[in-house]
Design a protein around this ligand. Structure first.
Ligand code: NAP
Length: 279
């Protein structure tokens, strides 16, 4: 498994698993937890969830998946902006810990910037860290100007990651956010690496051509592409075990300069600032 280095030096797997839309239906929970367990067995031991997903239902699925193997897994969860006051962040984390059936979250993110001041949220994160309830904190869906604002609040420099939309069809972060974070040693985490609407992305003839050359699949190429810089983690979501196996295969796929040039020609990098795409 390729690894990405967090500020402070700990390494985490570059390829993890998402959980959005898991936990929506009780009847699917066991199958979804099985899919996550399969992914963990295949090395995708970073698992991303959020209090928002299925109103806590996805965290309950993650609890089933990590039961008996908590120490193997790097658990990421998120606080909703509406809860992200100092006290609200602490209370939301306590509820997430209950649902996750664990005593700590490895990386706790602000899901997006909302009405509460960043300084308040960071104060909540700091208190949670001091209490050992989270190991690192970070953010999600923050563009460069928001990251600048975060860096300016007390303790804001301790941000461990920014989770943002990133796939071949949405490359705006390459213009300034990715360089900004890279300069400061803050790794990004690519959400929806398959574009969320996967059928659309997999129609890409460039992805298909590159995949054919490697004896891989277009989904594997799309995922490997998001991780190519070494400073971006990728968290595809898959409830189908065949998809889980396929996605795990992306970890070993090294794209060549020719592959990257072909993908650039079909899905050009940004030439100017665009505001951050958000799902
Ligand atoms: P995604 O991972 O790009 O795509 C998920 C979809 O692709 C599912 O329908 C899945 O189907 C399908 N799929 C997975 N592997 C496949 C494969 N090899 N071949 C064909 N189809 C495949 O989209 P996402 O769920 O939006 O993003 C991933 C994760 O990022 C989320 O689950 C969540 O944890 C996180 N996220 C965060 C934010 C944020 O605001 N921070 C926003 C969006 C997402 P099956 O499930 O049927 O296998």
């Amino acid at each position: 498994m390729r690894m990405v280095t967090l500020p402070g030096g700990e390494t985490v797997p570059a390829l993890g698993q998402g959980t959005w839309y898991m936990g929506e239906r009780r009847a699917d929970a066991a199958r979804e937890a099985d899919a996550l367990r399969l992914g963990i067995d295949l090395g995708m031991t970073l698992v991303d969830t959020a209090e928002m997903y299925a109103n806590g239902g996805a965290e309950a699925v993650v609890a089933k998946a990590i039961a008996g193997q908590r120490d193997k897994v790097f658990v990421v969860s998120k606080v909703l902006p509406s809860n992200a006051s100092r006290a609200g962040t602490i209370a939301a984390c306590e509820r997430s810990l209950q649902r996750l059936g664990t005593d700590r979250i490895d990386l706790y993110l602000l899901h997006w910037r909302g009405g509460h001041r960043l300084a308040e949220t960071v104060a909540g994160f700091d208190a949670l860290r001091s209490a050992g309830k989270i190991r690192y904190w970070g953010v999600s869906n923050l563009d460069t100007d928001d990251m600048e604002a975060l860096a300016g609040v007390p303790g804001g420099g301790a941000c461990a990651s920014n989770q943002v939309l990133y796939h071949v069809g949405s490359r705006g972060i390459e213009y300034d956010l990715l360089p900004w974070c890279t300069r400061r040693g803050i790794p990004l985490m690519a959400y929806s690496p398959l574009g969320h609407d996967v059928r659309r992305l997999l129609r890409s003839s460039a992805l298909q051509a590159v995949a054919k050359r490697h004896g891989a699949t277009p989904a594997q190429v799309a995922i490997a592409w998001t991780m190519r810089s070494g400073v971006v983690m990728s968290i595809p979501k898959a409830s189908d075990p065949a998809h889980v196996r396929e996605n795990a295969g992306a970890a070993g796929l090294a794209l060549t300069d020719q592959d990257l040039a072909e993908i650039d020609a079909a899905h050009p990098p940004p030439r100017s600032k665009t505001s951050l795409d958000i799902l």
